[in-house]
Design a protein around this ligand. Structure first.
Ligand SMILES: Cc1cc2nc3c(=O)[nH]c(=O)nc-3n(C[C@H](O)[C@H](O)[C@H](O)COP(=O)(O)O)c2cc1C
Length: 187
């Protein structure tokens, strides 16, 4: 199983990076035959979708001369995608949203693929804040639209860049998410 983890934070070594690395730890320990790739979305040179629809006449490839093709192809090739995002004003980071919008170029292909999906949203606000429900609902809708299974939707509370590294309870919860991945993998 090819597992692609996308870090949607521009603060590469911040809480989102810590969370994704902790999930990887769990996957390496629990999930057999996993090919893991962690990718920092902030490293991409990407411009937003303009709805020019040129991709529809270009074999499903975005015509922008940026990293659109590269990131969309990584998503096409993955069996499971795990998105990590900091909460920015009750939503996901703009860097990650730009990637999601680029899926438009390959909608036909992506809607035929049975992918597994996981989301982690990390904010300063306590876990009962509406922002986590909003982000979870957004990805429920996106997964329903593509016909993919949302196998986990996890909220984490952390603020300063190093906060999560000190939080043993939330780190353990993140590591344990590999249980859901294993279940999907037939174990
Ligand atoms: C532009 C901006 C907007 C933010 N908006 C929110 C918000 O609406 N809710 C929240 O809980 N935290 C908000 N935060 C705090 C971040 O979500 C929080 O610090 C998170 O841990 C950052 O993750 P990172 O360390 O991976 O970058 C915001 C931070 C920034 C920079």
């Amino acid at each position: 199983m090819k597992i692609l983890l996308l870090n949607g934070s521009p603060r590469i070594n911040g809480n989102t990076g810590t969370a994704l690395n902790q999930i990887i730890k769990g996957i390496q320990f629990n999930v057999q035959e996993a090919q893991i790739e962690l990718f920092n979305v902030a490293d991409l040179e990407l411009r937003g979708c303009t709805n020019c629809d040129s991709c529809r006449k270009n074999d499903g490839n975005c015509v922008m001369t940026d990293d659109s093709f590269k990131i969309v192809q990584k998503i096409v090739d993955a069996d499971m995608i795990i998105l990590g995002t900091p909460v920015y004003y009750w939503g996901i980071s703009s860097q990650l949203k730009t990637v999601i919008d680029k899926l438009y170029s390959k909608e036909n292909q992506l809607r035929q693929q049975k992918k597994k999906f996981g989301v982690i949203a990390i904010g300063e606000a306590s876990l009962d804040d509406l922002e986590y429900k909003l982000i979870g609902s957004q990805f429920e809708c996106i997964c329903n639209y593509f016909g993919w299974s949302l196998i986990f939707n996890k909220s984490i509370c952390a603020f300063e860049a190093g906060d999560l590294t000190e939080d043993k309870i939330q780190l353990q919860e993140l590591e344990s998410l590999s249980v859901y991945i294993n279940r999907e993998n037939g174990f």
